[in-house]
Design a protein around this ligand. Structure first.
Ligand SMILES: Nc1ncnc2c1ncn2[C@@H]1O[C@H](COP(=O)(O)OP(=O)(O)OP(=O)(O)O)[C@@H](O)[C@H]1O
Ligand SMILES: [Mg+2]
Length: 255
């Protein structure tokens, strides 16, 4: 049985999408079957792997809203990537309102995604930087949450909100939801402040923090241009190696 990991943080631009893509690519290179679900109406993950959201036939939006559309109907593969993707579409922005009045509105994704645990070893859900119904759906469907925190000041506020929601979801719907780990991202070696934030994350979250740190690398900003994970166009670069180390840490969690 596979594992569903929601990659979430109540703050924009903390490396959620970059982590899904590069951790997914690393695990896939290690022989794991990986599915990435783009749950963000911005569709950054979809675009970053070279899929045009406007041209996809079935997106996560239809899976969640449309009657009779199953997750497997929306799965795409591409020659430039070694994992499968369920693409997003800008229409997903309407899903919050569309789901609002439904009974069991937080469980829609769980119902659709759970069968996929038989097909994949790792399923990552790339969450939007919000805390609405979409993210609630991700946290209900997930076995665990991976929280990327940017090593910059004020970044810990977003985590506090997310942790509150995680606790609520545990109390109400998904008591076995775990925190897979807190990932320090975009650490800038040149600034003292960045290192200080990294240390305060370590103090706050203790052994929940991954030993692997993702440093700031220009190559990641180039990712969308290449339309493939760094693993493929610069597998020997420090950034790619950091995500390979993260993948090893994640595998070690399974014991
Ligand atoms: N380690 C890194 N070094 C340098 N740039 C990075 C790194 N990780 C991500 N980036 C860049 O930072 C920006 C934000 O990253 P990303 O899209 O992964 O964040 P996000 O948390 O998914 O954002 P959003 O909340 O908007 O979904 C992107 O332009 C990405 O290319
Ligand atoms: Mg994103």
């Amino acid at each position: 049985m596979g594992k569903i990991i929601a990659v979430a943080q109540h703050k924009g631009g903390t490396g959620k999408t970059t982590t899904c893509i590069n951790l997914g690519a690393s695990l896939s290179n290690m022989g794991k079957r990986v599915l990435l679900v783009d749950l963000d109406p911005q569709a950054s993950l979809t675009v970053s792997v070279g899929i045009n959201p406007l041209e996809v036939e079935k997106s996560i939006h239809q899976v969640l809203i449309g009657p009779g559309v199953e997750m497997k109907n929306a799965v795409l593969t591409r020659p430039n990537i070694n994992f499968s993707v369920v693409p997003s579409h800008v229409d997903l922005a309407m899903a919050e309102a569309e789901l609002a009045g439904r009974i069991g509105r937080e469980k829609v994704l769980q119902k659709k995604l759970t069968p996929m645990k038989y097909e994949y070893d790792y399923i990552f859900i790339d969450c939007p930087p919000t805390l609405g119904i979409l993210v609630a759906n991700a946290l209900v469907a997930a076995d665990s949450v991976l929280i990327p925190i940017q090593c910059e000041p004020l970044t810990l506020y977003g985590v506090k909100n997310l942790l509150q929601v995680i606790n609520l979801i545990r109390e109400e719907v998904n008591p076995s939801l775990k925190i897979e780990g807190v990932l320090r991202t975009m650490l800038d070696r040149r600034t003292k402040l960045s290192k200080e934030v990294s240390e305060s994350i370590q103090q706050t979250f203790g052994n929940l923090v991954f030993a692997t740190i993702i440093y700031r690398h220009v190559k990641f900003a180039e990712g969308p241009i290449h339309e493939k994970p760094i693993e493929f166009y610069a597998s020997k670069s420090p950034g790619a190696e950091e995500y390979q180390n993260l993948a090893k840490e994640l595998l070690a969690h399974e014991g």
